[in-house]
Ligand binder design. Structure first.
Ligand code: MG
Length: 498
């Protein structure tokens, strides 16, 4: 797999950087799960110092020269070229941003996250406003340093989704948004899917629900000798190493589909990293192709598998065993509960149909702010107007409007589109899987998850980040990213159109 002399030398030296990131992952997992609160300050310092050390090693003159040398080498195989591409990209990004700017953004985001929590609690946009203004300003500086051809937002988008541009995302939403709105209109006026369900208010026993979640991810194929399931305020997946990929969930105490689908979602993320070709371990290729491709895997398992009628059928006996209130609901009724369709103000509550409208709203506003076309001052009003246009509902306060997401306070601008890319690619993968394996509903009903896992491994997982996301999709799915499959899927599921 790795034969070239220069690439082998790069990988040997990279192992120290990998080790630091291995330690940082474990530290951040601990942070979110079991660390006593008193540990926060020293842990933050240790993490910051280790990050700086990793950056130094990456930008070390002799290491950079080695990577540049490999860039011009002939006869490299795809994996070797992948290693050089990923590292060269990391070096380019790190080098183009002055240390002062990195420091200022980290510092501002640290304060802003704190202020944002307070502001959201108090419903006070004015309190958060100066921080968001600063973050937008710093991110625009980032864009100038990184460089771009058409739109400054391109530079930021590229940080999360290699080679993705505004014109690509505009094209996706240009098709998706009008179609989605038409579908939504028909579904809310129809009878097939409810807009609320009594199971939403049903309380469950946390330990019983934990047993359900464990049984479900076991059924899907989560390997317990290479993973863990813990509890954290915000569910996440973290890769410590290729044989240690951990997930978390949360228990709100009611509306059990929330913890169930959060767990399945994280399983999807974890499976990706667990199924990367083992020979890529401890290399820069041992991660997903991009955030969007990663999200396609979590959404595939959460929505396409988890919210299918067949899945409700096979879930029913598991739920019966652990939750006594479930006995009077049949699989069809569970399916309806899992697929409530309701325009909601809150993104994380959104169903499969409305979710991308929430992302579109954020994408448009971010893009305008970065282009200097929208002042932070006017943001709440723009938000509310767009919400009304897209979903027909209007926030009554900032907390359920412009202040609801954590992303901006953390300094992330350009991240949101990766959620929709995930949904679009997931539907594309569904189509590809059906063409290869046959009817998915049947595969799920027969619990042939090993076939499904193997298919995903061969199509997407095993490559890690060997290829750019666009290349991987083209090469493995036979065409570029295409929202038509998501539209088709939503129409067939929610409107019974084929
Ligand atoms: Mg996710």
């Amino acid at each position: 797999m790795f034969e070239d002399r220069v690439v082998k030398e790069i990988l040997e030296r990279y192992r120290t950087i990998w080790s630091i990131s291995h330690a940082l992952s474990l530290m951040s997992w601990d942070n979110e799960t079991y660390m006593p609160r008193g540990g926060v300050e020293e842990r933050s310092t240790a993490r910051a110092e280790l990050s700086v050390l990793a950056r130094k090693l990456l930008l070390d003159k002799s290491f950079v020269e080695l990577v540049e040398k490999a860039l011009h080498r002939e006869g490299l195989n795809d994996y070797e070229r992948g290693v050089v591409r990923v590292l060269h990209r990391q070096i380019r990004i790190q080098k183009s941003i002055p240390e002062r700017l990195v420091f200022e953004l980290v510092k501002t985001a640290g304060e802003a996250s704190h202020v944002w929590r307070e502001a959201r609690k108090k419903n006070d946009f004015q309190m958060f406003k100066p921080y968001l203004e600063k973050i937008v300003k710093l991110r625009r500086e980032y864009a100038e340093h990184l460089g771009y051809d058409d739109h400054p937002y391109d530079a930021l988008l590229d940080l999360y989704e290699e080679d993705m541009r505004v014109r690509d995302v505009d094209a996706i939403f240009g098709k998706l948004v009008p179609e989605t709105r038409k579908i939504l209109e028909k579904v809310v006026s129809g009878e097939l899917f409810p807009d609320k369900h009594e199971l939403e208010s049903m309380e469950y026993d946390r330990e019983a629900m934990d047993r359900v979640n464990r049984e479900v991810v076991t059924l899907l194929g989560y390997p317990w000798d290479r993973g863990r399931l813990d509890v954290s305020p915000h569910p996440f997946t973290i890769t410590i190493g290729m044989k240690d990929v951990r997930i978390t969930t949360r228990y709100e105490g009611r509306d059990f589909r929330r913890t169930l689908f959060a767990t399945i979602h994280e399983f999807g993320h974890a499976l990706y990293n667990l199924q990367i070709d083992e020979r890529l371990k401890m290399t820069p290729l041992a991660s997903g192709a991009s955030l969007g491709v990663h999200e396609s895997q979590s959404r595939f398992w959460e929505n396409i598998v988890g919210r299918s009628l067949s899945f409700a059928e096979i879930l029913k006996p598991i739920l019966d065993k652990h939750l006594d209130f479930i006995k009077r609901y049949d699989a069809q009724e569970l399916y309806r509960y899992f697929n409530i369709v309701r325009p909601d103000l809150i993104r994380v509550e959104a169903d499969e149909i409305t979710y991308n409208l929430h992302i579109y709203l954020r994408y448009e506003l971010e893009k305008q702010m970065i282009a200097g076309e929208l002042a932070v001052d006017d943001l709440p009003e723009q938000w509310n107007d767009m919400m009304e246009k897209l979903l027909g509902i209007k926030p009554k306060n900032y907390s359920e409007g412009v202040l609801q997401d954590i992303h901006w306070s953390g300094g992330s601008i350009g991240y949101f589109p990766t959620y929709t890319i995930g949904n679009v690619v997931a539907a594309q993968i569904r189509n590809h899987a059906e063409n290869t394996l046959g009817d998915l509903e049947k595969i799920i009903l027969e619990k042939k998850f090993d076939e499904l896992r193997e298919h995903l491994k061969e199509t997407i997982h095993k490559w890690g980040s060997t290829y750019k996301p666009k290349e991987l999709i083209q090469k493995q799915l036979g065409e570029p990213i295409n929202p038509e499959y998501l539209i088709k899927y939503l129409k067939s599921k929610y409107l019974k159109e084929s």
